[in-house]
Design a protein around this ligand. Sequence first.
Ligand code: NAD
Ligand code: FES
Length: 283
Amino acid sequence: MTFKIVEKYEMVPTIHLMKINAPDVAKAAKPGQFIILRIDETGERIPLTIADYDAKDGYVTIIFQEMGKTTKQLASLTAADKIQDFVGPLGKPSEIENLGTVVLVGGGVGVAPIYPQAKAYHKKGNEVISVIGARSSNLLILEDEMRDVSDELYITTDDGTKGHHGFVTDVVKQLLESEKDIARVVAIGPPVMMRAVAGVTKPFDVETIVSLNPIMIDGTGMCGGCRVSVGGKTMFACVDGPEFDARFVDFDLLMSRLGLYRSEEAEAIDKYERGCGGNCKCR
Ligand code: NAD
Ligand code: FES
C-alpha cells in the first residue's frame, strides 16, 4: 500500500505543506498526535506532528522544514507522487478541556502542530490567546489560520520585521504579568524555546504543556529511541507523550540526544546533495 500526495507547496522558504491521502489516519486523528512516514523501502522513518486532517475527504496535512536528508528528499516530491509508509495516528491526543483562558505558543515550524490545538481549544469555548514567532517575517507560517481560531494573536520576530521585536517568551511573560487569569500554556517549537517558556511560566505556577520531538524509530514504545526523562522517570515520547508537563522535562537530555547523530546526518545530506545514493566509495 502506498499513500498519494494530493497537494504540496512551499509555504515559506524551506517549510513545506503536504496533504496526503490517508483516509484511515484522517478518520482517527486528534490534535497532538503524530505520524511516522517512510518515503521508500530504504528510507529512514521520520515522525511529524499532524498539522490538520479532514476525515470527510480522507487526507492528513503535514508541515515540515527541510533539515536533514529525508526532509530534503520529501520536499522534492510533488502532488501525485507516492509515499511508501504513512503510519498513525500515534501518541496520546492532547487533553483539550474548557479551562477558561489558554495561551498557545508556536515557534518557527512549531506553529504547525499548535494550530490544530488552537482550533480545538477555541471550539471547546476557551478564550484562546496565541503567540507565534519566527526568526523573520518571511518565515512566519499560518498567521491567517491562527487568527481565525484565536481571540487574541501576537506575532514576534527575532529580527523585528513583524510584530514584537524579540522572542515569543517576551510576550508570554507580559501576558502572565497582566490581569489575565491564564489556566494553561501550551508551547511547541524548538527545544530551546520550550525550555525558555517553561522557565518563564514557572514563577507564575501556570500549567505548561510542551510537545517533545526526540529521535523516533518504531513509534510504538519498543525501540527506546525516543527516551526522555520527565520528573526523573524514563518515558517514551511516542507512547507516553509526545506531550508532557514542561515543569518536569529534562530538556538538557532531550537536546543532547537530538544531537547524537549530527555527523551522520551531515554526511547523509552531503551524499544526497551530490546525487550519491550513499553506497559508493566516493568520500
Ligand atoms: P526557530 O529557531 O526559528 O525559533 C522559532 C522561535 O522560537 C523564535 O522565533 C523565537 O521566538 C523562539 N525561540 C528560539 N530560541 C529561543 C530562546 N532561546 N528563548 C526563547 N524563545 C526562543 O525555530 P525553527 O527553526 O522553526 O525550529 C526548528 C526546530 O524545532 C527543529 O529542531 C524542530 O525539530 C523543532 N520542532 C519541534 C516540534 C515539536 O513538536 N516540539 C515541532 C516542530 C519543530
Ligand atoms: Fe521507539 Fe518510541 S520511537 S520507543
